[in-house]
Design a protein around this ligand. Structure first.
Ligand SMILES: [Zn+2]
Length: 927
C-alpha cells in the first residue's frame, strides 16, 4: 500500500492502494472517509467488504461503488504515473525519495513556479538570447554593459537550475534539465571575462602565415558555435509555449481530467517542437564551417599589391605619385562596398598594441590614408588587420559584422516565432481533434454519474486535488504511452458506462406498436387509470393462513423421493422441466428435494436442517399459494428448480456461502406467496388492502416477503432455526432485498446495475484462470448478484427451451387475461396487454423478450458465462415467437420486415454475449 498518495487529496477523502504484484491484475481499493486502513491487503479487503455490505443496503447494488474505484484508480494513474513507480531505476528512486516531500522543498517548489520567478526567468532569457548580438549590432566599444547583464542572467539561471533540481522530482534528469544545463553553461562563452571573446581586440590576418585561409574558418566556427549554444537556451522558450498552449478554453473547462490530459499533450508537443527547432538552429550554422572559405580575397590581394608598391616606393623604384595612384585606386575599389580600408601602415618596427599600430610612428614608417568614408570603428572586434610583409592594412568591418549580429538576432527570433506558432497551432489542433471531444465525452460521463452516483462529490474533490498536484507536469516520455493506453481504456469504459446509464428507455427509434409500448409501460409500473372499485379479498390472502400439522405429515425424506418418479426427478434438474405438470404432491416433494439436495449447499442442509421442518415449511408455503393460472405453487417450484440449476452453472459456491445459497432457495419458494393473480398497479389503483398496507411500494413483493417470514416465525416451519442470531439477521436482510427486487419495476435498474458491474469489471471477470480474484470481486457484490439470480430464475421463462417456454408464456398470459376479464367485469378500462380480444400473444412475447428479458440475459451471461444456455434459448424463442406471430396474425410485409429486423438485433446481441461466455469458459476448461 502506498500511503504517500494520501496527502495529495484534500479534505476527508483518503485513498489507499493495494498493489498486487501482477501488473495486469486489478487492485483492491477502498475509499474510507476518515482514515486510511493501517493493515495490508486483507484489511483493505475487509473494509471494502464491510462497506459494500453497508452500501448494498442503501443502494441495492455495489456497481456504483465499483465505478468510484475504477475512476479513481485510472485518474490517479493518468495523473501520477503509477507505472513509473512500479519500474526499477533512477526515476523511481527519485519518486520515492523523501527529500522532495520536505516542507522546505515544497515551499521552494512553490516559489520556483511563482509569477516572480517566471518573470525573472523570462527577462533573463531575453538577455541571454539577444544581449551580445544587440550590443554588437549597436557597435558598443566594449563589453562592460553586456557583461553585467549577461552575468546577472547567468547567476539567475544557475540559481533557477539548482532550485528546480532540488525541489522538483520531475525536473531532475528530464529533457528540460539537460537543455537548461547546456543553455546555462554555454553562457560562459558570451561573458568576456570568463571565456568570451574580447570585443576590443581586433582580428589579424597575416597573409604570410595564413595561406590556406584556416584563420577564417576558425573565426567562423567560433561564431557558429556561439549561435548554436545560444540556441540551446531556446528550450526555455518551450516552457513558454507550454504556458501559452494551456489555452483559455481548456482552463475554463469544468472537466479537470481533460485539462490534465491537454496539459500533458502540450508538454509533449512543445518538447518535440523545441527539439526540432533547436536542432535546426544549432546545426544550420555549423554547415557553413566546412564550406569553401568564401573569404573576400580582394582584401588580401590589395594588401599584397600595396605591400609590393610600398616596398618599390621605399626602394625608390616608384614615385610618390604612383603610390598615391595605387592608394586612390584601392579607395575607389572599396567605395562601392559596405566595408573597406581606412589606413595602411608600413613599419619596420612591428608592435602588437592597437594604438601604436594605428599611429604608425617610428623611423622609416610609411602611413597611407585612404580617401573613403571608412574610419576606425570604436569596437575593436569590427577592425580587421591584414598584414603582408611589413605592411598592415586596417579595414573597417562594422557594416558586415553588424549585419551578422542582426542575422543572429533574426535566427533566434525566427526560432522563437516558429516554436510559438507551431506549438500553439499544434496544440490548438490537438485540442480540436482530441481534447474537445474527449472533454465533451467526459462531461457527459460526469453529468451522467452525477445522476446515478451519489459519490460524485467525492470524486470531484479527489480529481481537483489531483489536478493541483499536476500543475507542474513532468516529462516522462517513456511513461506517456502507458498513460494514454490507460486513458483509452478509461474512456472506452466510461463511454460504455455512460451509454448504459443513459439507457433509461430502449434506444430503438423505429415505431413501436401498442403492444410494445404496453410492455414498456408495464415494466415501468404505469398503464393504469385510477378507478375506485370494490375488490374482494377472498382471493388475496393478506394474512397468513394457518397450517395444521399432524404427526402424519412428518414423514422421512425417503418418502419424498418415493413420491416422485425417477425420470421426473432427473428432468427436474434440467431446464427441460415443466414444473406445472406434476401433481400437487409431486410438486411439494420436488420442492423439498430441491431444497434439501441442491448441489451447492447439499452438505450444509443435510447436516443442519431438520428434514421434518423442511417438509412442514414446504407444506405451509404450498398452502399459501393461490390456484391462479401462473403465480401458483408450480411457479414457485419453477423458480426453485431454475435457481438451483443457475447456482450450479454460475459457480455460486465461489462467492455465496452455504447459508446464502440455501436462503436464496428458500426465498425462491416463498417469493410469490399469496400472489392474487393480479399485479401491483391493479392493487394500487383499486386501493386494495395490501397496497394500502405497504403504501403502494411494491405491495405484492412486500406481502410475499412478509408472508415468508411469518411462516419462518413458526418453530415447526423455521428452516433457519439452526442459524445463529447474527447470521440470521444478515440473511434476512439479503432475502428481503432479493424478494423486493423481483418487482418488475426494479427490473430495468437491475439490468443496468448488472451491465455496469460487468463493464467495470470485465477485465477481472475474464481472468477465469484466477478464481481468487474473480471470487473476491463477485463476493464484494454478492448482495446484488443474489438479487439478480433470484430475479433471473423468476423471469427466465423465455430463456427455457421452446416447448417449456411456450407453455409457461401462455399460462402467464392467461393470468393477464384473467385480470383483464376482471377489469371488464368491474367496468374499468382494460389494459391492452390484458385484453384477450386485442393482444396477440406471440407479438407481446416478442416485445417482452426484446425489451425486458434479452438485455437482462445478456448482462447476466456476461457476468456468468456458465449461464450461456439462457442466451441461446432466448434467441431461439424470440425467433419462434416471430414465426408464430407471422403465421397467426399474417401481418403486412412491411411490419413483418420491421419485426424481423428487431428480432435479428436481439439474436446478434445475445449470441455476442454467449460467445464472450464461451471464450472465457474455454479458458477455464483448458486449465
Ligand atoms: Zn415469481
Amino acid at each position: 500500500m502506498r500511503s504517500e498518495t494520501a496527502p495529495l487529496l484534500k479534505g476527508s477523502a483518503t485513498v489507499g492502494f493495494d498493489d498486487s504484484s501482477d501488473g495486469n491484475s486489478f487492485r483492491t481499493f477502498t475509499h474510507s472517509p476518515n482514515k486510511l486502513p493501517a493493515g495490508g491487503p486483507s484489511t483493505l479487503y475487509e473494509i471494502s467488504l464491510h462497506r459494500s455490505r453497508k452500501r448494498t443496503l442503501e443502494k441495492g447494488f455495489d456497481a456504483r461503488g465499483s465505478f468510484v474505484h475504477f475512476a479513481h484508480r485510472n485518474l490517479k494513474s493518468v495523473v501520477q504515473f503509477e507505472d513509473v513507480l512500479d519500474r526499477p531505476g533512477i526515476r523511481s528512486c527519485l519518486y520515492r525519495a523523501k527529500w522532495y516531500r520536505r516542507p522546505s522543498m515544497v515551499r521552494l517548489k512553490n516559489f520556483m513556479t511563482s509569477t516572480f520567478v517566471t518573470l525573472c526567468s523570462f527577462a533573463s532569457l531575453l538577455v541571454a538570447l539577444f544581449c551580445s548580438d544587440i550590443y554588437a549590432f549597436l557597435g558598443a566599444a566594449d563589453s562592460a554593459q553586456s557583461d553585467i547583464l549577461l552575468s546577472a542572467a547567468f547567476v539567475f539561471f544557475l540559481l533557477e537550475f539548482l532550485g528546480n533540481a532540488l525541489s522538483d522530482k520531475t525536473y531532475l534528469l528530464s529533457f528540460f534539465f539537460f537543455m537548461d544545463f547546456l543553455g546555462t553553461f554555454s553562457m560562459i562563452f558570451d561573458i568576456s571575462y570568463i571565456c568570451g571573446a574580447d570585443v576590443t581586440a581586433f582580428d589579424r590576418l597575416d597573409l604570410e602565415e595564413n595561406k590556406g585561409g584556416n584563420g577564417v574558418m576558425i573565426v567562423r566556427a567560433a561564431r557558429a558555435a556561439r549561435v548554436g549554444t545560444r540556441a540551446g537556451r531556446l528550450s526555455r522558450v518551450a516552457k513558454i509555449v507550454r504556458f501559452l498552449s494551456g489555452g483559455e478554453d481548456i482552463s475554463q473547462s469544468n472537466v479537470k481530467m481533460a485539462k490534465v490530459i491537454s496539459n500533458k499533450l502540450s508538454d509533449v508537443l512543445s518538447i518535440r517542437i523545441a527539439f526540432v527547432v533547436i536542432l535546426i538552429a544549432v546545426v544550420f550554422p555549423s554547415f557553413s564551417i566546412l564550406e569553401y572559405p568564401a573569404m573576400e580575397e580582394s582584401m588580401s590581394a590589395w594588401t599584397d599589391f600595396l605591400a609590393d608598391e610600398v616596398t618599390n616606393f621605399r626602394q625608390g623604384r616608384t614615385s610618390q605619385a604612383e603610390l598615391d595612384d595605387v592608394v586612390e585606386r584601392m579607395s575607389a575599389f572599396y567605395r562601392s562596398v559596405s566595408y573597406g580600408p581606412f589606413l595602411a601602415c608600413y613599419s619596420d618596427h612591428r608592435t602588437s598594441a592597437t594604438q601604436e599600430l594605428l599611429e604608425c610612428g617610428g623611423v622609416g614608417s610609411v602611413k597611407l590614408e585612404f580617401q573613403t568614408e571608412f574610419s576606425r570603428p570604436e569596437r575593436g572586434e569590427f577592425l580587421l588587420v591584414t598584414s603582408a610583409g611589413k605592411l598592415d592594412v586596417f579595414f573597417d568591418m562594422s557594416a558586415p559584422q553588424r549585419l551578422e549580429s542582426l542575422m543572429a538576432i533574426s535566427l533566434i527570433a525566427f526560432s522563437i516565432i516558429a516554436m510559438l506558432v507551431f506549438g500553439t497551432f499544434l496544440s490548438e489542433n490537438i485540442s480540436t481533434v482530441a481534447i474537445a471531444p474527449m472533454e465533451r465525452m467526459l462531461d457527459v460521463v460526469r453529468h451522467r454519474c452525477a445522476q446515478i452516483f451519489k459519490y460524485t462529490a467525492e470524486l470531484q474533490e479527489g480529481s481537483e486535488s489531483e489536478v493541483e498536484e499536476s500543475e507542474h507536469p513532468d516529462e516522462h516520455e517513456e511513461s506517456q504511452s502507458n498513460e494514454f493506453e490507460l486513458l483509452e481504456k478509461a474512456v472506452s469504459k466510461l463511454s460504455a458506462i455512460a451509454s448504459l446509464s443513459a439507457a433509461d428507455s430502449p434506444k430503438e427509434t423505429e415505431p413501436l406498436n401498442e403492444d410494445d409500448l404496453l410492455v414498456m409501460n408495464w415494466t415501468h409500473g404505469r398503464g393504469f387509470i385510477t378507478y375506485e372499485v370494490d375488490f374482494g379479498t377472498q382471493n388475496v390472502p393478506a394474512r397468513l393462513r394457518s397450517h395444521q400439522f399432524s404427526q402424519k405429515d412428518v414423514v422421512g425424506i425417503e418418502s419424498m423421493y418415493q413420491q416422485v418418479p425417477s425420470e421426473m426427478l432427473v428432468l427436474s434438474r434440467t431446464e427441460d422441466f415443466n414444473p406445472m405438470e406434476p401433481t400437487s404432491s409431486q410438486q411439494k416433494a420436488l420442492c423439498v428435494i430441491h431444497l434439501l439436495d441442491s448441489p451447492g449447499c447439499k452438505d450444509f442442509v443435510r447436516g443442519s436442517i431438520n428434514p421434518a421442518t423442511l417438509i412442514h415449511f414446504v407444506d405451509a408455503a404450498e398452502a399459501n399459494y393461490s390456484p391462479v393460472p401462473f403465480h401458483n405453487f408450480g411457479h414457485s417450484l419453477d423458480v426453485l428448480c431454475s435457481l438451483s440449476l443457475q447456482l450450479e452453472q454460475s459457480q455460486a459456491p465461489l462467492f455465496l456461502s452455504n447459508v446464502e445459497q440455501f436462503g436464496l432457495l428458500v426465498a425462491a419458494v416463498g417469493h410469490d406467496l399469496g400472489h392474487p393473480g393480479v399485479n401491483n398497479p391493479f392493487l394500487i389503483e383499486t386501493r386494495h388492502e395490501v397496497a394500502v398496507t405497504y403504501n403502494d411500494r411494491s405491495p405484492l413483493e412486500n406481502m410475499h416477503c412478509a408472508q415468508l417470514f411469518q411462516i419462518l416465525r413458526q418453530p415447526e416451519t423455521n428452516v433457519f432455526m439452526a442459524l445463529d442470531k447474527e447470521t440470521y439477521k444478515e440473511l434476512r436482510k439479503d432475502l428481503i432485498e432479493a424478494i423486493l427486487h423481483t418487482d418488475v419495476t426494479k427490473h430495468n435498474e437491475m439490468v443496468k446495475d448488472l451491465a455496469l458491474f460487468y463493464q467495470m469489471n470485465s477485465d477481472t471477470l475474464s481472468l477465469r484462470e484466477m478464481p481468487q480474484e474473480v471470487r473476491e470481486l463477485l463476493q464484494s457484490n454478492r448482495s446484488g448478484l443474489m438479487n439478480s439470480l433470484l430475479h433471473s430464475a423468476d423471469v427466465n421463462n423465455p430463456a427455457k427451451p421452446w416447448h417449456v417456454a411456450k407453455k409457461l408464456a401462455y399460462l402467464c398470459m392467461d393470468e393477464f387475461f384473467a385480470q383483464g376479464d376482471r377489469e371488464k367485469e368491474l367496468n374499468i378500462p382494460v389494459g391492452m396487454l390484458n385484453d384477450r380480444d386485442k393482444v396477440n400473444r406471440a407479438n407481446s412475447q416478442i416485445g417482452f423478450i426484446e425489451f425486458m428479458i434479452a438485455p437482462f440475459i445478456e448482462a447476466l451471461v456476461s457476468v456468468f458465462p456458465g449461464l450461456d444456455d439462457l442466451a441461446s434459448n432466448t434467441s431461439q424463442n424470440i425467433e419462434n415467437w416471430a414465426r408464430l406471430w407471422q403465421a397467426e396474425a399474417a401481418p403486412p410485409p412491411e411490419q413483418a420486415e420491421k419485426v424481423a429486423m428487431r428480432v435479428q438485433k436481439v439474436v446478434v446481441k445475445l449470441s455476442d454475449a454467449g460467445r464472450r461466455g464461451l471464450a472465457s469458459r474455454a479458458v477455464t476448461k483448458d486449465m
